[in-house]
Design a protein. Structure first.
Length: 267
């Protein structure tokens, strides 16, 4: 993201037709995916950076929404804290396996040992194929092939074979140039519901913005709660009801919220 210029925000409209732009409310609880939503995707997870402009946008939204702003990501919470430092938001990491509420308390689901039988063969495959990277997140494993897209099929075959042998209790998420394996204990939809059961999120209308297949569970959860689900980019089969074009459009829209909320509804 380029902090030196901000595109004009596009109105948030429904994906199924023009309709009227969505009117922001101070009664919202705002949930944000990170990679591909707030940050442009990069060749490796370590290659992304958070600019001060984005930190400032999120910092400005916190008091306007009563602190009900949270990150929901496939990254670990400790990685989110490193990226967004010194800003430290409520967060769900590893697609909901990690949860830190506004009170700062963190709880974790899943045993890293559930993935032990997969670690070595995945690491050996990555070491033997240029452009393939294994990201070991402890409670999840991510096989990245963004730098070698021609190896997508071999990656999928390997993961399918390993899951058939030792994947009990695990699930594979086929994301954007990545195959992620994690315990079948939580997803982003459950992460949203968990936040909405605790202050300051409880009693608010959920808004979730995401860009990948991993975000569809959150879209479904938000829709069921009469909230607002927002897909970044084009994906015809998405369950999201609203759309923003890309990362720059997301940041520009978020940047416009303080002005729109200045005299807006309160919870």
């Amino acid at each position: 993201m380029n902090d030196s210029s901000s595109p004009q925000p596009e109105p948030l409209r429904r994906r199924d037709g023009p309709g009227r732009p969505l009117r922001p409310s101070r009664g919202w609880a705002l949930f944000l995916d990170v990679d591909g939503t707030l940050l442009h995707l990069a060749d490796t997870p370590e290659a992304v950076e958070v600019g001060e402009h984005l930190r400032g946008v999120l910092r400005a939204l916190q008091p306007l929404l009563g602190g009900a702003v949270a990150l929901i990501s496939g990254r670990r919470i400790e990685d989110l804290d490193r990226l967004f430092a010194p800003l430290k938001l409520p967060a769900a990491g590893l697609h909901g396996l990690e949860h830190r509420g506004a009170d700062g308390r963190t709880r974790m689901l899943g045993d890293p040992g559930m993935l032990d039988s997969l670690r070595r063969p995945l690491a050996e495959f990555a070491a033997g194929h240029e452009g393939i990277m294994l990201e070991d997140k402890g409670r999840a494993l991510a096989l990245h092939y963004r730098r070698a897209p021609e190896l997508a099929a071999p990656c999928r075959r390997l993961v399918a074979r390993l899951m058939a042998r030792g994947g009990r209790g695990l699930v594979v998420i086929d994301g954007k140039m990545v195959l992620e394996i994690k315990p079948r204990l939580a997803d982003k939809g459950e992460a949203v519901r968990s936040f909405l059961a605790e202050p300051p999120f409880a009693g608010r209308t959920p808004v979730f913005i995401g860009d990948d297949v991993t975000d569809e569970d959150a879209f479904l959860a938000v829709n069921a709660l009469d909230g607002y689900s927002v897909r970044v980019g084009d994906y015809p089969n998405s369950k999201a009801r609203y759309r923003l074009a890309d990362v720059d459009a997301v940041v520009a829209w978020l940047e416009s919220l303080p002005r729109l909320l200045a005299g807006g509804d309160r919870p």
